[in-house]
Design a protein around this ligand. Structure first.
Ligand SMILES: [Mg+2]
Length: 427
């Protein structure tokens, strides 16, 4: 439809003899202001260049090598960049730049084709790489991701760090590591380089039952860390929790990965990870207020874990609940509560006098996660059974095409209803 409008002609700068530059051919992606051919001026012998005004793909070369051309003659046609993926606001294929809205909705056109005008979504990849993709590509990636999770019979689990999985406190400036004493206390030292020659030490305590929790949750969930901490901090804590790197595989979203975040790290968005369909995602966090809107239905809210009493907070991530956390610090960890419009049942602790073992939030989370996983895949299996029985009993005309369309429509209709958020809300 606007295919024609996306085509741009590239012209000769003078009268002379044309010569294509090396590698120029139909289908090649070229950057804006790139040279594609040289033209030797017939009168002066000076060399001019045929230059792209915008980035895109060459779709037609209209002159032969060494052909005589006149000034303004169209030498090639280029299709404006419509590539699906952008890295740091730059097209990964041709280098075209886009303006990225922080909210990941749509880019704006920079007039005269200075920027690509396309609907984009921002995606955080392993290692904190930010990729912006077109709407179409977003849908394709999303679909692949859901299909991949389903083929593994897994769901996705987004995990907060501070006060959820660990408690961290900055070490005093006079701190010197004492490995054996720290190991005996189950404390890890995390040195972070904050500038040239400036190392800041953090003391990290894992929440009770963390190791077993991660190991077991990993069986049924694809784990991702999402923290208000910096990337260096997040990667350091991830290494403490997951020394082999097999559990998270670099899936970390940190404050450093959201440079345009106007909330200062106080709002989290599943959109950065799941591009519009978070139906297979559960979240565990000690803060409800950072998950706004519909995504809060996916949240299992845990009571903040506090180990270092009176120390400074690394990421001040306990938020409004921190006062409550302080009172809970030394003694009984209050029970888990499900978030959302219907808070779940409060669970009475069996041995409130035992402070360490009383913090069974992760044990309870694991039980709930297993339940969510079972309910989700029971429904998937039911939907698949219904689809196959209805397709086998349907009329025999155009049987093969009708079965494939019925299974795809049933999976799409079931996915609109089937959501971890709905399962949690109904618990
Ligand atoms: Mg937290």
């Amino acid at each position: 439809m606007d295919d024609k409008a996306a085509l741009v002609s590239l012209v000769s700068p003078c009268n002379g003899t044309a010569k294509w530059l090396r590698g120029i051919k139909v289908g090649k992606s070229v950057a804006r202001d790139g040279k594609i051919a040289q033209v030797t001026d017939a009168m002066t012998g000076a060399i001019g260049h045929c230059v792209t005004k915008i980035a895109g793909d060459l779709v037609q070369l209209l002159v032969e090598e060494n052909e005589t051309v006149v000034q303004g003659q169209v030498m090639a046609m280029l299709r404006k960049c419509s590539h699906p993926a952008f890295f740091n606001s730059m097209c990964v294929a041709c280098g075209e730049t886009i303006l990225v809205e922080a909210s990941s909705s749509s880019s704006s056109s920079g007039g005269s084709g200075a920027t690509a005008s396309t609907k984009i979504s921002s995606l955080t990849l392993s290692g904190g790489v930010q990729l912006q993709v077109s709407q179409q590509e977003a849908e394709r990636l999303q679909s692949n991701k859901l299909t991949s999770l389903r083929s593994l019979r897994k769901l996705a689990l987004v995990l907060d760090l501070d006060h959820t999985l660990v408690h961290a406190t900055p070490a005093s400036p006079k701190y010197t590591p004492d490995v054996s004493a720290e190991a005996a206390a189950g404390i890890f030292n995390l040195p972070i380089e904050e500038g040239p020659g400036v190392i800041k030490h953090h003391l990290i305590k894992k929440r009770p039952h963390l190791d077993e929790f991660l190991k077991e949750a990993h069986q049924s969930f694809q784990l991702t860390i999402y923290t208000a901490g910096t990337r260096k901090y997040a990667e350091g804590v991830a290494k403490i929790m997951d020394p082999t790197g097999k559990l998270f595989l670099g899936r970390i979203v940190s404050r450093s990965d959201v440079p345009n975040d106007k909330s200062g790290g106080l709002e989290k968005s599943l959109q950065r990870l799941f591009l519009g369909d978070a139906s297979m995602v559960a979240i565990i966090d000690d803060r409800e207020d950072v998950w706004k809107g519909e995504q809060s239905a996916h949240l299992l809210l845990v009571k903040p874990f506090v180990h270092f009493v009176g120390g400074a907070e690394v990421n001040n991530a306990a938020g409004p609940s921190s006062a409550m956390a302080s009172s809970a610090t030394t003694q009984v960890m209050p029970p888990i509560a499900l978030s959302g419009p219907r808070p779940g049942e409060l669970i009475t602790l069996a041995k409130p006098e035992d402070a360490v073992h009383a913090d069974d939030q992760l044990v309870r989370c694991l039980e709930i996660l297993k339940n969510i996983h079972k309910q989700y895949y029971d429904k998937v299996d039911d939907a698949a059974k219904n689809a196959s029985s209805s397709s086998s009993s349907s009329s025999s005309s155009s049987s093969s095409s009708s079965s494939s369309s019925s299974s795809s429509s049933s999976s799409s209709s079931s996915s609109s209803l089937l959501s971890v958020g709905n399962i949690i809300t109904d618990m």
